[in-house]
Design a protein around this ligand. Structure first.
Ligand code: SF4
Ligand code: SF4
Length: 278
């Protein structure tokens, strides 16, 4: 099963939960860090890197000796990644989605595609024997969804029942790329007005994608709060509420994890994965 851990906004404790889930289920889970613009699961897992792989996209280049400045490639590009400026064709790599349309349409064979590195996948073995795959977007590139998709395709070789996916925060295209083919999604939020607002956006996105989900509320000060009110009204399940605890924050700041402070949650975190199964 692919189980995504997502949140409508950053800072809710999504990564902390993903890492704790891996610790609690080490012999039967692996973790993909798909928060490719800021991957940080590795900071909380004692691990050894065992392999790297570049993520590349084919980016077009124009041969000025063959180009007749007809403008067909500019018309064809749906991403505004090509422009004619003066007597030359310019390609904006950051906007290019590597669709290959311009190279196919050029009537003069002036466009060729070349691989450009846009990110990297790094495979690690954790001290607890679980595998971690980290996707990292190269600075200056905007193709985060392509790196996320590459990370999900390059699943580690170890055969385990659960693949945990630490998704990027928000509900933009990177969120969609990370969660879209998951079997279940945990939506991590906090009981604040901002948390509720962003949770609603994330829920709407998941309902549109018809993905099953459960809500996890982090840093609660009361068992009854504005997230439980909302979830009860809408009939959405809340599977776990984690109390506000200064020791958790301190441990996290030192690179520790939730189970270091609350080892009793191990059983609960194992049951969370069991409950995702149909
Ligand atoms: S389609 Fe080909 S020939 Fe026309 S402007 Fe683009 S690169 Fe030049
Ligand atoms: S490959 Fe596609 S996205 Fe990139 S410049 Fe060509 S038409 Fe535009």
């Amino acid at each position: 099963m692919k189980i995504a851990i997502a949140s409508g906004k950053g800072g809710t404790g999504k990564t902390s939960l993903a890492v704790a889930l891996l610790h609690a289920n080490a012999e039967r889970a692996r973790l993909l860090d798909c928060d490719v613009e800021e991957p940080n699961c590795h900071l909380f897992l004692s691990h050894t890197v065992i392999g790297h792989k570049a993520v590349e996209l084919l980016i077009p280049q124009v041969n000025p000796n063959l180009c007749k400045l007809c403008g067909k490639c500019v018309e064809a590009c749906q991403f505004n990644a090509i422009a004619i400026a003066g007597n030359q064709v310019m390609i904006f790599n950051e906007l290019c989605h590597s669709c290959g349309g311009c190279a196919r349409i050029c009537p003069h064979g002036a466009i060729q595609e070349f691989p450009v590195k846009i990110g990297e996948l790094s495979q690690s073995r954790c001290k607890n024997e679980a595998e971690l795959l980290t996707g990292t977007l190269e600075i200056g590139h905007a193709s985060a969804p392509a790196v996320i998709k590459a990370a999900k395709k390059a699943l580690p070789l170890q055969d385990v029942p659960f693949t945990l996916i630490d998704s990027p925060p928000g509900t933009a295209c990177t969120f969609v790329a990370a969660v879209e083919d998951s079997d279940f999604v945990f939506l991590v939020t906090e009981a604040t007005p901002f948390g509720l607002n962003d949770l609603k956006l994330a829920v709407e996105a998941l309902l549109n994608m018809e993905l099953p989900f459960a809500i996890i509320v982090n840093r609660i000060q009361s068992e009854t709060n504005l997230i439980t009110d909302y979830a009860n009204q809408q009939g959405f399940p809340i599977w776990l509420q984690i109390p506000e605890d200064r020791h958790i924050a301190e441990t996290y700041a030192r690179g520790g994890n939730l189970l270091d402070v609350k080892p009793e949650l191990k059983k609960v975190l194992r049951e969370l994965l069991d409950r995702c199964q149909p």
